[in-house]
Design a protein around this ligand. Structure first.
Ligand SMILES: NC(=O)c1ccc[n+]([C@@H]2O[C@H](COP(=O)([O-])OP(=O)(O)OC[C@H]3O[C@@H](n4cnc5c(N)ncnc54)[C@H](O)[C@@H]3O)[C@@H](O)[C@H]2O)c1
Length: 332
């Protein structure tokens, strides 16, 4: 495998909202020159401040030994698509709206070279649909990040029906440089992997609350204190291996037929959304918040994302392989 030099891979993030700014910070810290493209004027007002804030906090937390100012010559924030000319990787991160994304792809393809890889951070629009709006469909893939992108280890690389899997494999390699432990989704499927798993859980959570089995708070407690305890170390399959496969075999026979498989929107979320609730962002969600509590939840989430990262770094996917190598070295 050829060594990848990120400094030789100019990248672009198109769309500088919540995620576009943290993805930009991640790419800069990984060594890419980055063109941060603002499709709307509002981005120009806040993007630089947000990116610099991520870089400053990352410096303080030891994610990088460079101060924010040292990244300045690697970063250009602009509204001009022509600046994308030499980019080898473009990450579209605009609002979840097919028409807007389609329009943005036209502008990107008009300037980048044919070998540039174009990706979308869409949460749920199938990649095969998005790539059908591009001229060179084989170089279009999904790149699904988790917020805050510069601290999280999660990344899904998704091939659409027409994507070149080799380009997916290249991104898989490259993402190691971004501090990610990526999942390559070789065949397109709605929701990709993590959202399919998570939404199966959300559906059951709504069912349990709406049918009076437990409160929102108690469902959350079960979630945090069971799955939440071990999931940074292992996934579902390793967990079954660790705790004994036959137990799961026995339970699922009787439990699967009782799980909820409703396909309509649960009233609990319908009501919140109809009444304008967003969550902590406007202090109205599944829980009640004072303005002060909502702000503190946002701050606590940020603080936690840096803390959990430190723990996660001690336990990479190949943690056992590394331990074995260490033991072999010590016995020699
Ligand atoms: N927020 C998350 O946790 C999360 C996680 C994974 C994926 N995503 C996906 O990432 C993408 C961006 O999400 P976000 O949370 O950063 O959104 P956001 O609302 O913070 O930012 C949206 C950005 O879209 C762009 N935009 C808005 N109107 C536009 C227009 N008319 N034309 C062109 N561009 C326009 C702007 O750059 C704006 O800043 C979405 O596809 C979303 O589904 C979000």
């Amino acid at each position: 495998m050829q060594t990848i030099n990120t400094n030789e891979i100019p990248a672009s993030v198109v769309g500088l909202g919540l995620m576009g700014c943290s993805i930009t910070a991640c790419l800069l810290m990984a060594g890419h020159p980055v063109i941060a493209l603002a499709p709307i004027e509002a981005d120009m007002q806040h993007a630089e401040g947000r990116i610099m804030h991520h870089l400053q906090k990352s410096f303080e937390e030891g994610l990088t030994n460079k101060k924010p100012a040292e990244f300045a010559k690697q970063l250009l924030i602009t509204m001009d698509y022509a600046a994308l000319k030499d980019c080898k990787l473009v990450i579209e991160c605009t609002i979840e709206n097919v028409e807007i994304k389609k329009n943005v792809y036209g502008k990107i393809e008009a300037v980048v070279s044919n070998d540039a890889i174009i990706t979308s951070n869409t949460s749920a629009i199938p990649i095969s649909i998005l790539q059908s709006y591009t001229k060179h469909q084989d170089r279009f893939l999904g790149l699904h990040w988790a917020e805050p992108s510069h601290t999280t280890r999660f990344l899904e690389i998704i091939c659409g029906d027409k994507s070149d899997v080799k380009k997916g494999e290249f991104l898989y390699e490259l993402s190691n440089k971004w501090g990610k432990e990526a999942t390559l989704v070789r065949k397109d499927i709605r929701g990709f992997i993590s959202n399919r798993l998570m939404y199966a859980m959300y559906r059951e959570a709504f069912y349990l609350v709406e049918n009076g089995y437990a409160t929102v708070e108690d469902v959350d407690r079960a979630c945090r204190n069971n799955a939440g305890y071990w999931m940074t170390l292992v996934g579902l399959f390793r967990w079954m291996d660790l705790t004994g496969v036959p137990a799961y075999y026995n339970v699922l026979k009787d439990l699967f037929p009782t799980l909820n498989n409703q396909t309509t929107i649960p009233p609990l979320i319908e009501n919140i959304v109809q009444q304008g609730g967003i969550g902590v962002a406007n202090a109205r969600g599944f829980y009640e918040y004072t303005q002060e509590e909502a702000k503190l939840w946002e701050e606590t989430f940020t603080e936690f994302s840096y803390e959990i990262r430190k723990l996660a770094l001690k336990y990479p996917a190949d943690v056992v392989k590394k331990k074995l190598q260490q033991q072999t070295k010590e016995t020699k």
